[in-house]
Each structure stands twice: as structure tokens, then as C-alpha cells.
Design a protein around this ligand. Structure first.
Ligand SMILES: [Zn+2]
Length: 302
């Protein structure tokens, strides 16, 4: 593996995707490891450092490390401020990685780096204003302008899932009611279908699979698409983007999601311009590619 490579890690609540990525985004090597969050934040951190060091050792010319983590991230200082599903509280990951590997490091928010990768290498390439929306267990978004992400004053920008679209509606884990995430996340869709169909095992996947034969599935899907269109209407009013890139598990529904969503958003827009709505292209390597891009950006700045 000659030529410079970046060590990239995308840490999730259950698993970590790890890769060696070339500056042009080519993935040279991939590994997956369990996060083992139940063992506590110190053990998770040690595990991350160990895996990153192992990856760096495989590469002939590692030039930087990029890591993506969920939760609230202070990208400027390289600190994982708060991450409920990994258990991090104020973990100075960037410094720990630099100390262990002797390489410059960058820490980013998982959805923001995913958005960065989609905007620069994936479905948003060539566009200046891109909003990446990840819809899975939860919903979050990342605004990318001219290839740079926008993290907000407290590292918490892009919480599209907690826009209230149904005031007084279903309780959301955040404490509010009627958040977009409480209607349109994969988990919420599955739960709603379970309620209506009487099958407690029902999932969002079942809803998509039964759109042709089950009116209840169609109803749940329509509710989810309507709420998403309401949330995206707000997003478009705020950001006026060229393209909305939909990623995460729910986007795998493809045109079954995109087509009705385009229609519903178009109906709601008054003077705002309709963005293109497309499916993400990079799949689950977006996090690693984005973490690598972030690390390279930091190198350039340094
Ligand atoms: Zn909420």
C-alpha cells in the first residue's frame, strides 16, 4: 500500500467501521469491530486507540487519523462532549489519538462527516449547497456549503429530527412531543405499524415491503412521508439548498420514499425553490470517507 493514506474510524453505538482511505476517497482496506459500549467509555476509548494503531501499522505511509463519533462533538478542540450510545463524556479523542499514533488527528460528528463525504464524493458532488439527511434509528442532518460542514456554536447543528412537526404528538426520547424523529425514524415507523397491524415484531422494512398489499402499511408510510416533508420544508426555508441527499437505513427504500416525498415537498413549497432530492451514494463507507476528508482538511489548515 504505497502512497499516503488516512486511518479512518466511524464509531457507532454497536459497531465501528474502520478503514485506510486514500486522499481521493478510495478505500484500500476495511475492518469492522464491535464497539462494546457496555464495557464503559474507558474500555471503548482504549479499543479505538488499539484498532487505530493497528490500522496505522498496516499502512506504509499513514499521514493522519480521522474519527467520527455520534452525539455532541466539539470538532475544534477534538473532544467527544457527549455521546449517549457510546457513553462518552468529554473524551479528548483527538489528543489521545495523536499521542498514541504520533499522527495529526481530526474528530468529527458521524452525520456531519457522512454529509461531508456525500457532498464531496457522493450524491452531492458538484453542488455548492447540500443538505445530507440521515434517517435510521434517529434523524439528523448536515449542512455542507462549498465542501465545508457547519457544526453550530455548540457542535449540535443539524438536529432535524427534533423539529416539532406534530405539536402535542408522540413523545420523543428528547423530552418533547411530535418531533420529526418520533414519526419518521425507522424505529417510529416500525412502532406505528406494529400498533396498527397488531404485530409487535413489525419493522419499517415490513412497511416498505407491504406497500402494495396492505392499506395499513400505506397509511403508516404516508404519515411518515408527510411528516418528513413538513420537516424538510422547514429545512429548505432555512437553508435553501441545491440538493437534499437522503441516507441512512430508510433511504434504502429508494424511490418508494423519494418519489412521494418529492411530491409532498413540492405541494408545501410556496416561494422557496424545490431542491433535488436524491439517495445517498456512498452507503455505509460514507462515515470513514468523511472522517478521512476531515483529517486531510485539518492537515491543510495546519
Ligand atoms: Zn425530539
Amino acid at each position: 500500500m504505497s502512497g499516503p493514506v488516512v486511518v479512518a474510524l466511524d464509531v457507532g453505538g454497536t459497531g465501528m467501521k474502520c478503514a485506510l482511505v486514500r486522499p481521493d476517497g478510495t478505500v484500500l482496506h476495511e475492518e469492522r469491530h464491535p464497539t462494546l459500549a457496555a464495557r464503559g467509555p474507558e474500555a471503548v476509548t482504549e479499543n479505538i486507540l488499539e484498532i487505530a494503531a493497528g490500522l496505522a501499522a498496516r499502512a506504509e505511509n499513514p499521514i493522519a487519523v480521522g474519527i467520527a463519533v455520534p452525539g455532541v462533538i466539539d470538532e475544534e478542540n477534538g473532544v467527544a462532549v457527549w455521546s449517549s450510545n457510546v457513553g462518552f463524556r468529554d473524551v479528548p479523542l483527538r489528543k489521545l489519538l495523536t499521542d498514541r499514533l504520533g499522527l495529526p488527528a481530526a474528530l468529527g460528528h458521524d452525520v456531519r462527516v457522512g454529509g461531508l463525504a456525500e457532498a464531496r464524493l457522493g450524491a452531492g458532488r458538484g453542488q455548492r449547497y447540500v443538505l445530507f439527511v440521515a434517517i435510521g434509528t434517529g434523524i439528523a442532518a448536515a449542512l455542507v456549503v462549498d465542501g465545508k460542514t457547519y457544526g453550530g456554536a455548540h457542535g449540535a447543528a443539524g438536529e432535524l429530527g427534533h423539529i416539532v412537526v406534530r405539536p402535542g404528538g408522540t413523545p420523543c426520547p428528547c423530552g418533547a412531543r411530535g418531533c420529526l424523529e418520533a414519526v419518521t425514524s425507522a424505529r417510529s415507523i416500525g412502532r406505528r405499524y406494529a400498533e396498527i397491524s397488531g404485530n409487535p415484531e413489525a419493522t419499517a422494512f415490513d412497511v416498505v415491503g407491504r406497500l402494495d398489499q396492505d392499506p395499513a402499511a400505506r397509511q403508516v408510510w404516508q404519515e411518515a412521508v408527510d411528516a418528513l416533508a413538513d420537516g424538510l420544508l422547514t429545512a429548505q426555508a432555512l437553508y435553501d439548498v441545491d440538493v437534499l441527499v437522503l441516507g441512512g437505513g430508510l433511504a434504502e427504500a429508494g424511490e418508494a420514499l423519494l418519489e412521494p416525498l418529492r411530491g409532498e415537498l413540492e405541494k408545501r413549497l410556496t416561494f422557496h425553490r424545490m431542491p433535488r432530492i436524491v439517495k445517498a451514494e456512498l452507503g455505509d463507507t460514507a462515515g470513514c470517507k468523511g472522517a478521512a476528508l476531515l483529517a486531510l482538511d485539518h492537515l491543510e489548515k495546519a
